[in-house]
Design a protein around this ligand. Sequence first.
Ligand code: IDC
Length: 478
Amino acid sequence: MKHPPRRTRRLLVAAGAVGALTLGTLAVLPTTAAMAAPGCSVTYTTNSWSGGFTASVTITNVGDPVNGWTLGFRFPDGGQRLAQGWSATWSQSGSEVTARSLSWNGSLATRASTTIGFNGTFTGANPAPTSFTVNGTVCTGSTTPTTPPPTTPPTTPPPTTPPPGGQTPVAINGQLRVCGVNLCNQYGRPIQLRGMSSHGLQWFGNCYNDASLDALATDWRADLFRIAMYVQEDGYETDPAGFTNRVNALVEEATERGMYAMIDFHTLTPGDPMHNLQRAKTFFAAVSARHASKNNVIYEIANEPNGVSWSTIKNYADQVIPVIRANDPDAVVIVGTRGWSSLGVSEGATHTEIVNNPVNASNVMYAFHFYAASHRDNYRAEVERAAARLPLFVTEFGTVDYTGDGAADLASSTQWLDLLDRLKIGYANWTFSDKAEGSAALRPGTCNGSNYTGTSVLTTSGAFMRERIRTPDNFPTS
Ligand code: IDC
């Protein structure tokens, strides 16, 4: 990790083995068991500017499963005020702050976590709270069997009414769901997510640090960070545990910043996804268990199948999707398509082979990839036809040619993005990295430094993509 930018205050206090701030523990209100073992850890991080700050609070349940929680803490400085919160019902009385769970994040399995946050103001200093409670009970740091006090269970909070401005994409949209051919937010309304893909973690892992991800979330205002974990080419197969950990850490980083995290099992060569079936099952079992309670994780199970039939890809999907669903039943899953995720076009087929034989699961989308200097009108026409019948997500595209290099074709890229905007198809651009190739958004050497904001660090492709991505989203909220 690089040093955070000056305005970032990341409060890290020794917390045992994990590198996050554990501020005491959080008692959790059991709703059923008379004897329960509550226990939680809380990380509290802030980004502050002159007089204002955003706080991100991650609650991890280390005790028995809970169904409904109320977090309490006290601002140490009298000038600290809660302005607007998200992902919980927030209130402040004097220095005491309370956050009550919402319907979608109240249930926390053992070891599950949820992230909530708020914008605040301060006049003097802005110290972090020093302890957290639930219903007045301060926890001890590990599970402590207690008899819960006789108390009424938390009432169902009113539905989230997102306050204007200052909200993250995940805070506004919450858990996503496929609705017809679209991706819908927590209000059941179609949305388009716009963001960036990493390059291969095995080569450009240094590009994904606090400063770069802050820039992606706040300067680019990206909705989405795709985490490209190659399987071959010195990727996952060489160190499954290590790559799983790296992906998990980046999912946490995206979550802290209110972005959706797309976990890309980046198969490419060989093109037969069956070659990696066992690895995929092992990997997705691990990451889906780890992130089951989050509402911002999207699973992309095979980057670019090639040289194999759709029925082979479907067979793979029909085996991998249940592994994810066993842990995370409501997560959106994206399936790669024939011919390097071209809906078959690059191998002489069309999307109709998928329409005629879809995967055996709901809440699924199909991937389409393009490289704007190589793929033009006939591919755009196919996307337009397919979008009427299949939920599509452009999980990867480049402004350049299919090699990932060459000049950015901004005319074709504009045509593509206008089409995707009109059809509300989400996208992730290849790549948020500083590789010396045309598709990279960052100029070579950027990832050796600590500044990722503004346009001086960007390539032609990067400057174009930042302009497209940072335009307001206007997500529907009712
Ligand atoms: C390319 C990278 C390049 C790297 C190569 C290795 O841009 O730096 O050396 O992978 O395999 C894809 C793939 C994606 C490719 C990209 C550009 O999903 O991995 O990245 N591309 O060739 N499909 C079409 C194009």
